[in-house]
Design a protein around this ligand. Structure first.
Ligand code: FAD
Length: 392
């Protein structure tokens, strides 16, 4: 008979590893599994916000973080150039980091293992197990093996096979960005600034999205772009060709590879990034959703790693607390936690995404942001808010 677990975490990205790490601290019997073998890549801009850095510090990884490339602010092109520093928040770093995902995700998974979680790689979940009431009681793996647990955390990413198999009705349907990126060498000095390009035009329409250049150190950069699917013609955009045009618009003396060269080396990869909650409530009997499987990406910026870490840790903690004090039928504690942390921000985010899907609104918003008097006022109020207790 196969072993039974208190908790199975399906998916070992930042959300899953944070959840498994957190739950294992309590002495619970935790299994974390992933279909991939690590180190594995995940299409990403590789940028860690100051808040993401703070969660990694909280997980006891401060020393490991010293090896990653540090960034001290954001250079925005709107199209005029201006700088944004990371706000100074009490007890928080005022810098970000850039790190390749194979490195970050392997570090996190090994950290969860060291905390006591049992790790299984090359273990693909094909379906959740359910009892007669529909409660999730474990997972079925490719090959037919079944594994039971009191609860399952679905941290299986934006295409979440568990969520799809459960055929969930979600109270909120946030939006998704389509994002594409490639890593490459660039003939320019290593920078300590993330760079964001807000003016993205498609057939004359201002897109709800942005392009980025994130410095990785060692002469390499991560370049990509993303746009939200509230723009009605989003399916007509060929993301790869569009990234090619973006690369061509950058200075020739950086000697960036062409999109054709990048395609040949399989460096270009697109992925979906759900934002503003796409599984709400964030649990069903026997199962909790975290990270991209929850649609946890931060509205507006799309920063998903810090949200994956935060929701993962919260899911790990709430799952064990609920199992200890009631059982697997009610994870309202997790719903309350997520609602209090992000509820109003994500509600505003869903409205924002809808609005900026209209090219005229997006263009007008960008014109405002390009006006330095308006921008200075906006930034002042955002910084003030970031320093207060009700931060985002
Ligand atoms: C192009 C792009 C650029 C981005 N740039 C940034 C950025 O710079 N900064 C930032 O903060 N965020 C960024 N994001 C968002 C960020 O990548 C995600 O929000 C983040 O990876 C979410 O973490 P996660 O753990 O929820 O999911 P994932 O990191 O996707 O991890 C899910 C895991 O589940 C596993 N899995 C999937 N299916 C199964 C299965 N059937 N069985 C077992 N395991 C399974 C996968 O192998 C994977 O390891 C970007 C996204 C994209 C697409």
């Amino acid at each position: 008979m196969s072993k039974r677990y208190d908790l199975i975490v399906a998916g070992a990205g930042p959300a899953g590893s944070a959840a498994a790490w957190q739950a294992a601290q309590t002495g619970a019997n935790v299994l974390i599994l992933d279909k991939a073998e690590f180190p594995r890549d995940k299409p990403c801009g590789d940028g860690l916000t100051a808040r993401a850095v703070s969660y990694l510090q909280k997980m006891g990884l401060s020393r490991e973080l010293e090896k990653f490339h540090r960034v001290n602010g954001v250079l925005v092109h709107s199209p005029s150039d201006w700088e944004l520093s990371f706000p100074r928040r009490p007890g928080m770093p005022d810098y970000g980091l850039v790190v390749r995902r194979p490195v970050l995700d392997t570090l996190l998974l090994r950290h969860a293992g060291a905390a006591g979680a049992e790790v299984r790689e090359s273990a693909e979940v094909v379906a959740p197990l359910q009892d007669a009431t529909g409660r999730v009681t474990g997972v079925k793996l490719k090959g037919g093996e079944t594994i039971s647990a009191d609860a399952v955390i679905a941290a299986d990413g934006s295409y979440s096979p568990i969520k799809r198999a459960l055929n969930l009705d979600s109270e909120y349907n946030g939006y998704s960005a389509i994002a594409i990126r490639a890593e490459m060498a660039a003939n320019r000095p290593d920078s300590d600034m993330l760079e964001i390009y807000l003016q993205l035009l498609f057939r004359g329409d201002q897109l709800p999205g942005y392009g980025w250049i994130f410095p990785m150190g060692g002469g390499r950069v991560n370049i990509g772009l993303g746009y939200i699917n509230s723009y009605r013609n989003w399916q007509q955009i060929n993301a790869t060709s569009y990234l090619g045009e973006f690369l061509e618009s950058l200075p020739a003396d950086w000697e960036l590879p062409s999109i054709e060269e990048l395609k040949k080396s399989k460096e270009v990869r697109a992925w979906r990034l759900p934002m503003g909650f796409t599984a709400w409530p964030p649990w069903r009997p026997g199962v909790l959703f975290a990270g991209d499987a929850l649609g946890a990406g931060k509205p507006v910026s799309g920063a998903g790693i810090s949200k994956a870490l935060e929701s993962g840790m919260a899911a790990g903690e709430c799952a064990i607390a609920a199992l200890t004090n009631g059982g697997p039928d009610d994870f309202t504690n997790y719903e309350q936690r997520m609602q209090a942390a992000w509820g109003s921000e994500y509600r505003r985010g869903r409205m924002f995404h809808k609005l900026v899907g209209y090219p005229k609104v997006a263009a007008a918003g960008l014109r405002l942001l390009d006006n330095h008097t308006f921008r200075d006022r906006l930034l002042k109020s955002l910084y003030k808010k970031a320093q207060g207790p009700d931060h985002t």
